[in-house]
Design a protein around this ligand. Structure first.
Ligand SMILES: C[S@@+](CC[C@H](N)C(=O)[O-])C[C@H]1O[C@@H](n2cnc3c(N)ncnc32)[C@H](O)[C@@H]1O
Length: 236
């Protein structure tokens, strides 16, 4: 059973699902595509094997899944709790003829229906921020990874240059919600985005959360001046 807050988040994502890809690419000026590409490249040694199993958690419409398939030979399980997002994901994997290598499962990221030590690699793009409890989510990710399995997290982060940060904050807090609302017709979702990013741990704090969850070789790489960051770690 989902908590009322998680249920609200699920409903919010389901309501914007038809606009999700279009607005993602528009509002990020298409940078999201290269961010996902770079995130998946961090998993390269783990997904370059036909027998490897990779989990795309909080997969939404499946853009990270498609990128994993493009860059590696692993099989991918793509999971999310929004049915509407998964319908679009399924259409996308069908369009790109990836069905054979992708399995889509509707589930809560905090209670994964997988055995301990099931995956060689795990990617989560713009998903961790939405979980009700980041530590609980990371522990669940740690559980399902095999020993030596790698996690990669792509998430919005904190730009490190003061002036750039001010300009970005103006865009993120004012321009982005206005455009998001205008196009999708949903004000809440595009106010939720900057609010959830503001509450999310910065680069260093997220490294600590990963280490505290048991991951080793934890490190991060800023993208576009720190607007987003890629964090990674190994289950040792
Ligand atoms: C911002 S979207 C990211 C989608 C995709 N990974 C991408 O790169 O565009 C966040 C997704 O996380 C999903 N999500 C949020 N909380 C979740 C949870 N507890 N369990 C499963 N999915 C969740 C939402 O339904 C939504 O599809």
């Amino acid at each position: 059973m989902l908590s009322p807050k998680a249920n609200q988040i699920r409903q919010m994502f389901s309501s914007i699902a038809p606009w999700y890809d279009f607005l993602n690419h528009l509002l990020s000026l298409n940078f999201d595509r290269s961010w996902r590409r770079q995130a998946v490249s961090v998993l390269s040694d783990k997904i370059d094997n036909k027998k490897a199993q990779c989990l795309d958690l909080c997969c939404g419409t499946g853009d990270l899944t498609v990128e994993i398939i493009k860059q590696g030979t692993a099989n991918v399980i793509s999971t999310d709790f929004s049915h509407s997002m998964l319908v679009l994901n399924s259409q996308k994997t069908k369009k790109y003829q990836l069905k054979k290598r992708v399995q889509i499962i509707e589930t809560d990221a905090l209670k994964l229906p997988f055995q301990t030590e099931s995956f060689d690699a795990l990617g989560i793009a713009f998903g961790l921020r939405n979980l009700e409890n980041y530590s609980e989510g990371l522990l669940e990710m740690f559980r399902v990874l095999k020993p030596k399995g790698r996690i990669v997290i792509l998430e919005f982060s904190k730009p490190n240059n003061f002036i750039f940060n001010k300009i970005f904050q103006f865009y993120f807090l004012n321009v982005l919600p206005a455009i998001g609302k205008q196009i999708s017709g949903h004000q809440n979702a595009y106010n939720y985005l900057p609010n959830s990013v503001t509450q999310f741990p910065d680069q260093i704090k997220l490294c600590k959360l990963l280490s505290d969850s048991g991951f080793s070789q934890v490190n991060y790489m800023n993208l576009s001046g720190g607007i987003a960051a890629i964090h990674s770690g190994i289950k040792s």
